[in-house]
Design a protein around this ligand. Structure first.
Ligand code: FS2
Ligand code: SF4
Length: 547
């Protein structure tokens, strides 16, 4: 195996024996093979699209396939074998459609578009030949993988929107274009860089689409105090990012005596008006994804993982854990997809929850969030006045991911060290490093404004663009906003590319720069966009505050 897609990759260069995330070598290889098969599908899909053939089953397969290979989504060998098989069958049926429509399949099709096999043994053999290291030139490899990781993040957001009935053909078409491009040896490094930046454009589009899907379906997030204590009822803990799954679960648990709590990235669900009507939607339990090994244990009840971020479960709670959608783990019960026009059936989760004890309290109190674009615009006058009067000197976008590395303590320390006249704009699970710190407020505006999940970084960009307009500036970089972003997995990659596309410069990225950036590719990002890493809180603070 060779995998370097996340921030925790071994030695900062690549996991080669087993993933730091717990992914086994065989699963890692099968994920590489699935990506390879999807590249072949993408090549055929581009030709099919030219002939006017757009197959939703194919687009959906690629979207879900990319999502399934995201860090901490799916660890299940059998699931990937099945996906590879399904992918090969879909690819060949698409080829048949092309021929039926009068198209001629090129004689020199890339191997990914022609290779076929059926047995798991053959899959293993092929997988060993088509991984990341099959691209020898390290810069080309770096750019191809950067593009693929952007596409994975894009696919995840597209899937969340799709679950709510929102889709955009141009986003699917770009996924195909991007995947196919990674098989094209004739592309120059400059052309690959251009594709990576184009991915940023579609990153903005997909986050806007998801924002529309979420806010149209569930209302605009509003300032909300979220309880972090517990009640004395049996309960279900829902984690991941899928709001539709949460909705289905809340409906089915109503009146059953079973409470529902959020974990990790599901916390922002509490900010949506639609979910406030459920009395049994009690609060948020615990912290970011990486603390689940302890927090799932003390929760005592049933646990549902709707998307990434799953950590290989401990035996102490494995039999109380359920996965659904793209998530999977061998030996963990899986809730099948919802049938057309129906709610997803969570009865197995609910029935188990009823038999289990109430959660053990690990903290009490409340946290405040819900500062997505609409809510911030509602208090825009107050914010603008505070900036004009000097009460707010600078905003710090500290969005992105949390993770288990000790070096991430930097972010809590940085938040504590920030001058009292600064505001943190956050989104994603990075917030758990400072959303319980009691950082106070500035004239009633909390010093930590949480927009929501990682995709709600889009909201932060919308807020920045609005401020640019209000202050009559021509460049978003003239605003008193600094970017100190933490990343972990591939959703953060598409968020980063989206910010670059929007023209944001001088983003600091940590706790370490991606292992998949070759020195030359890193240089391009540094020279063109001012991307930088982090150092110490003290030194970085001086840079940010212009001292
Ligand atoms: Fe947390 Fe980072 Fe949300 Fe993941 S914000 S680790 O990308 O999907 O979460
Ligand atoms: Fe390693 Fe991250 Fe890949 Fe897991 S996802 S194998 S930790 S690089």
């Amino acid at each position: 195996m060779f995998c370097f897609q996340c921030q925790e990759t071994a030695k900062g260069t690549g996991c080669t024996i087993k993933g730091v995330c717990g992914k086994t070598a065989d699963v890692s290889n099968l994920q590489d093979l699935l990506i390879y098969v999807m590249k072949g599908i993408a090549i055929n899909s581009l030709q099919a699209r030219e002939l006017g053939i757009v197959r939703q089953d194919i687009d959906k397969f690629v979207m879900e396939g990319l999502f399934a290979t995201i860090t901490n989504a799916n660890f299940d060998n059998a699931r990937f074998v099945a996906l590879v098989r399904e992918g090969l069958a879909l690819r060949d049926s698409l080829k048949a459609d092309i021929v039926k429509a009068g198209g001629v399949l090129p004689a020199n099709l890339h191997d990914s578009a022609t290779w076929t096999a059926d047995s798991a043994e053959e899959f293993d053999q092929k997988a060993a030949q088509v991984g990341i290291l099959a691209t020898e030139n390290e810069d080309v490899r770096s750019l191809r993988e950067l593009l693929i990781y952007g596409l994975k993040g894009m696919a995840a957001y597209a899937e969340h929107a799709f679950a709510l009935g929102y889709e955009d053909n141009s986003i699917f078409a770009f996924m195909m274009k991007g995947l196919a491009a990674t098989t094209d040896d004739s592309l120059s490094a400059d052309q690959l860089v251009a594709l990576v930046l184009e991915a940023g454009k579609y990153g903005v589009d997909v986050m806007a689409l998801l924002d529309k899907a979420n806010t149209t379906t569930y209302g605009n997030p509003e300032i909300t105090k979220v309880n972090i204590g517990v009640r004395n009822n049996p309960a279900i803990l829902i984690s991941g990012h899928d709001l539709r799954d949460l909705e289905d679960l809340l409906k089915q648990t109503e009146g059953t005596g079973v409470d529902v709590y959020t974990h990790g990235e599901m916390l922002p669900a509490h900010y949506y008006p639609s979910f406030k009507k459920y009395d049994h939607f009690v609060g948020n339990y615990g912290n970011a994804w990486w603390k689940q090994d302890k927090e799932f244990e003390s929760f005592n009840g049933a646990i549902l993982l709707t998307t990434n971020c799953l950590v290989p479960p401990k035996d102490s709670y494995k039999d109380r854990l359920f996965t659904t959608s793209v998530v999977g783990y061998e030996g963990v019960k899986h809730i099948p997809a919802r049938e057309e026009g129906k709610v997803k059936d969570f009865s197995a989760v609910i029935e188990l929850a009823k038999t289990l004890p109430a959660p053990t309290e690990i903290e009490t109190g409340e946290i405040v969030g819900g500062f997505a674009h609409n809510q911030v615009f509602a208090v825009a006058d107050k914010v603008v006045d505070a900036v004009k009067s000097g009460a707010i000197k600078r905003f710090f976008v500290m969005a992105g991911c949390d993770g288990r590395m000790k070096s991430r303590d930097y972010y809590a320390e940085f938040a504590k060290a920030l001058p009292k006249d600064t505001i943190i704009l956050t989104a994603g699970c990075a917030k758990y490093k400072y959303n319980k710190l009691e950082l106070g407020d500035i004239g009633g505006i909390p010093r930590v404004l949480d927009a929501g999940q990682c995709n709600d970084s889009y909201s932060l960009a919308v807020i920045a663009l609005k401020l640019k307009e209000v202050f009559g500036l021509d460049d978003v970089n003239q605003l008193p906003i600094s970017y100190n972003i933490a990343w972990y997995e591939q959703k953060a990659v598409i968020v980063l590319l989206a910010l670059l596309y929007l023209g944001v410069k001088n983003i600091h990225l940590g706790p370490t720069l991606p292992g998949f950036l070759s020195p030359n590719v890193a240089k391009v990002l540094v020279e063109n966009f001012g991307i930088a890493g982090i150092t110490t809180v003290e030194d970085d603070m001086k840079i940010f505050m212009g001292e």
